[in-house]
Design a protein around this ligand. Structure first.
Ligand code: GDD
Ligand code: MG
Length: 351
């Protein structure tokens, strides 16, 4: 069985972080995001290949994952000539498939029992099975209504406030039958959410929902990107870097924390980072590889990507700082700032 990972979006809501790093490979702690999705696929032994559907900066992604090595899950890359939309991308990537295929939006993280979703799809002999998750505000997602038997009655992408009739939304994970793909146009962008799913309902085809109440998040905005790190540190979701360390300070044995530096949990300090005397790594700080946190600097509730320098007495709080940045001394980076790679803030800057 194959899986298609839709990883071709531009990641506009995560700009400027996604200018040099496409969204599917933004780091979650010490690993590019797609690793976590590949781990989930590996839990289903029947899935032997992940087809990465790419468009934006495909090389960057190919270089990272290669052919999947000896992990038991092969990796193939399909690069669209131009963005074909979510359905167009699935058709393009799945052209030669003849058996049921698993599809993932390339930005969702979950602890789903994927095997159970595949079993439901087969039991119901569905044309499509969609995973739903409950959220407080469905406005930013695809709203899905079902009947008591789990049949999808309505799919409404990005509903207006007055159109919100349920709290279950499309989690961005499907099992699909490729014999439906020929109805997706080949020559123009086509949306699975706005066109393909509504058409299944119109035709009265078997389109079923699997409601999952476990952890789920779409990492596609700075707020959600920060939240997933907090959730892991709070123990709401487990990733290898933090397994067994929730709510504590995790400092790589290859990081150097000088005497007189304060490390407050929960936080994460990656290999090669240097934390100088008097500096403070506060709660919910994530410090990337080879970062330098200089004397009396403070980083809290903030994510700092690799190779960045936070100079003396600077404060970085509630913000995200890209790679290879230079935050000058006594600078304040606060209030949800998002700084792209190679940003340079002069000493004493204020945000
Ligand atoms: N290959 C390819 N080509 N991939 C694409 C394209 C394209 O033209 N457009 C989007 N994608 C990929 C994105 O990279 C992302 O992984 C996924 O498709 C979904 O796109 P987003 O831009 O992240 O959509 P969204 O978050 O606003 O909404 C979608 O996800 C929600 C769940 O997180 C929808 O599927 C909603 O219905 C859903 O609730
Ligand atoms: Mg998304």
């Amino acid at each position: 069985m194959k899986a298609i990972l839709l990883a071709g979006g531009k990641g506009t809501r995560l700009r400027p972080l996604t200018i040099h790093t496409p969204k599917p490979i933004v780091p979650i702690f010490d690993r590019p995001f797609l690793h976590y999705q590949l781990d989930l696929l590996k839990q289903v032994p029947e899935i032997d290949e992940a087809i990465l559907s790419l468009n934006y900066q495909p090389r960057r992604i190919e270089e990272l994952f290669g052919d999947g090595g000896d992990s038991g899950l092969g990796i193939k890359y399909v690069v669209e000539p131009s963005p074909l939309g979510t359905a167009g991308a699935i058709r393009y990537a799945g052209e030669s498939l003849r058996e049921s295929v698993v599809v993932f939006n390339g930005d969702v993280l979950t602890q789903l029992d994927l095997g159970a979703v595949i079993r439901l799809h087969r039991e119901r002999q569905a044309k499509a099975t969609i995973v739903l998750t409950p959220v407080d505000n469905p406005a930013a997602y695809g709203l899905v209504e079902t009947d008591a038997l789990g049949n999808v009655l309505r799919f409404l992408e990005k509903p207006n406030p007055d159109e919100i009739t349920s709290n279950t939304i499309n989690a961005g994970i499907y099992v699909l039958e490729p014999d439906t793909f020929d109805r997706i146009p080949k020559d123009r962008p086509w949306s699975i959410e706005r066109s393909f799913f509504p058409s299944l309902i119109e035709r009265g085809e078997t389109f079923v929902a699997y409601v999952d109440r476990g952890y789920w998040i779409d990492i596609g905005t700075p707020e959600k990107y920060m939240q997933v790190h907090r959730d892991v540190m709070d123990g709401r979701y487990t990733v290898p870097a933090f397994a067994g360390h929730a709510a504590s300070a995790w400092v790589s044995p290859e990081a150097r924390v000088e005497e007189g530096a304060a490390i407050e949990g929960p936080c994460f300090v990656d290999a090669g980072a240097i934390v100088k005397a008097g500096a403070r790594i506060g709660a919910y700080a994530v410090i990337g590889r080879q970062c330098h946190i200089e004397e009396h600097a403070v980083v809290e509730q903030a994510i700092v990507w690799a190779n960045t320098r936070i100079s003396q007495e600077a404060v970085v709080r509630g913000s995200i700082v890209g790679r290879h940045c230079h935050i000058g001394r006594s600078t304040l980076v606060d209030c949800g700032a998002v700084l792209g790679d190679k940003s340079v803030l002069t000493d004493f800057s204020r945000s």
